[in-house]
Each structure stands twice: as structure tokens, then as C-alpha cells.
Design a protein around this ligand. Structure first.
Ligand SMILES: N[C@@H](CCC(=O)N[C@@H](CS)C(=O)NCC(=O)O)C(=O)O
Length: 234
């Protein structure tokens, strides 16, 4: 597959930063970034919905020299695709039969991208995204409790045992987990010192610094006028 160009549809500090970080880790700076202004509803334009019917970021477009465009959705899928596409970057243990390292890595990818992301998403939408008529304080409270009792302890235990989330080597799992830990801290979770140490290690990576160079533009609180019942769901 001969690649002509790569374009990421992105919103600062959102889940698309995971894809941006993985791109900087693997291909450097040679890709285009287009901001989708989520709070202005640009993700609902017909042109964007044709690329991404889930009306969200990230969307990754890989334009081939033969004119074809490959479109990839889902931040974790994009991160893992890039990690496997560039094995020389050592971002993922190789998949071979009964590889404990690969299984451990995948466990952390899915724990972050599915279980943790879902809990943080529930907290975020019920506190900062949904219209008043849809927001439910009890849901946010329930997930805050569950996060503290069921997510933080296994993460702390792992980070006490080794330097990164799935071993002593940085991997694509840290790209997703690192984003989740920053998201959690924004919501006053992951307050133990060990999470600060983890983030301080991750944030020394040049690719991290580039991916989050625009993070200051992110305001977690969606303006009231953008909280349209039934559609924008974070
Ligand atoms: N599971 C998807 C979720 C993507 C997602 O919901 N992104 C948010 C920003 S963090 C978004 O674009 N929301 C806009 C909307 O839902 O309209 C992924 O990880 O890529």
C-alpha cells in the first residue's frame, strides 16, 4: 500500500489525541490535522457524517497513491493499527500463539478503551455534556464510586510492579491508558501520587508533547447552548 498522505480529524485533548500521539510515535509529523469543532456541531455536517457516521473524532484518512482512501474509526483501533504497522517502533508485543506479553498488553488496551473509557464517559456526559433534562447526577456518582473502588486499585498495583501499564516497556497501551488517566484527573480521580509519576514519565516523550500541544484549548464543560437533547453525546 503506497501512501500519498494521511489526515487526522481531531479535537484538542479529546480521544483523537490518542491517535495523534500514536501518529507522532510512528510516522513523526508527516500528517495533516483538521480540527472538527465539536461544540459547534461540525461533526453533524453531511460531509463529516459521510466519513464518520458516529459523528465523533478521531477519523483517520489514509490516501493512497492510486487515489483510494482508507478510513479508520475508533481511537483504540487506530492506535493498535499503527503500533502493529510499525513493529520497529516497539509499541506492541508481537502477536504469536500464547504470548503472555501480547495478552497482557491487549488486556490493558481493552481495559482502558472499553471499561475505563465507558465509566469516564458516563461521568463526563452526566456532569458536563448532556442537557439538564437528560443529565442524571446519580449515574455520575455511581461511576465515580465504581472507578475509585474497581479501577484505581488494579492500576496502582500494576504501576507499583512495573514502569508502564503492561510491563517495563512503553507500549501503545500506555497511549490509551495515559489519556484515560489524564481524563480521570480532570474529573478529580486518579489522585494517588503514583499516577502523577506515571504521567510525568509519559509526558517526557516528544510524541506526547506534540500530541497534547493544543490541550490548553480544551474546555471540559460544553456550553449550555451546545447541549442539544438527543444528539451530542460526548
Ligand atoms: N469510542 C470512540 C469514541 C469517540 C468519541 O466519542 N469522541 C468524542 C470526543 S472525545 C466526540 O467526537 N464526540 C462528539 C459526538 O459524540 O458528537 C473512540 O474512542 O474513538
Amino acid at each position: 500500500m503506497d501512501v500519498e498522505s494521511i489526515k487526522l480529524y481531531h479535537y484538542p485533548a479529546s480521544r483523537s489525541s490518542r491517535a495523534k500521539w500514536a501518529l507522532h510515535e510512528t510516522i513523526g509529523d508527516d500528517f495533516e490535522v483538521e480540527i472538527v469543532s465539536l461544540y459547534d456541531g461540525e461533526q453533524f455536517s453531511p460531509d463529516y457524517l459521510a466519513k464518520n457516521p458516529h459523528h465523533n473524532v478521531p477519523t483517520l484518512e489514509i490516501i493512497l497513491t492510486n487515489g483510494e482512501t482508507k478510513t479508520l474509526l475508533e481511537s483504540a483501533a487506530i492506535v493498535c493499527f499503527l503500533a502493529d504497522a510499525f513493529p520497529e517502533k516497539n509499541l506492541a508485543p508481537v502477536a504469536h500463539q500464547f504470548s503472555q506479553a501480547r495478552a497482557n498488553y491487549q488486556q490493558m488496551v481493552f481495559f482502558a478503551a472499553v471499561t475505563i473509557d465507558m465509566m469516564l464517559w458516563q461521568i463526563r456526559i452526566h456532569e458536563h455534556v448532556l442537557a439538564d433534562c437528560e443529565a442524571d447526577e446519580r449515574t455520575a456518582t455511581r461511576y465515580r464510586k465504581k472507578f475509585i473502588t474497581e479501577v484505581e486499585p488494579p492500576l496502582i498495583s500494576r504501576l507499583k510492579q512495573h514502569s508502564y501499564i503492561s510491563g517495563n516497556q512503553f507500549s501503545a497501551a500506555d497511549i490509551i491508558m495515559g489519556h484515560c488517566v489524564m481524563w480521570a484527573k480532570m474529573y478529580n480521580l486518579c489522585n494517588e501520587g503514583i499516577f502523577n509519576k506515571y504521567l510525568s514519565k509519559l509526558s517526557k516523550r516528544p510524541a506526547f508533547l506534540k500530541a497534547y500541544s493544543d490541550a490548553g484549548e480544551f474546555d471540559p464543560i460544553v456550553p449550555k447552548e451546545s447541549r442539544i437533547p438527543g444528539i451530542f453525546n460526548g
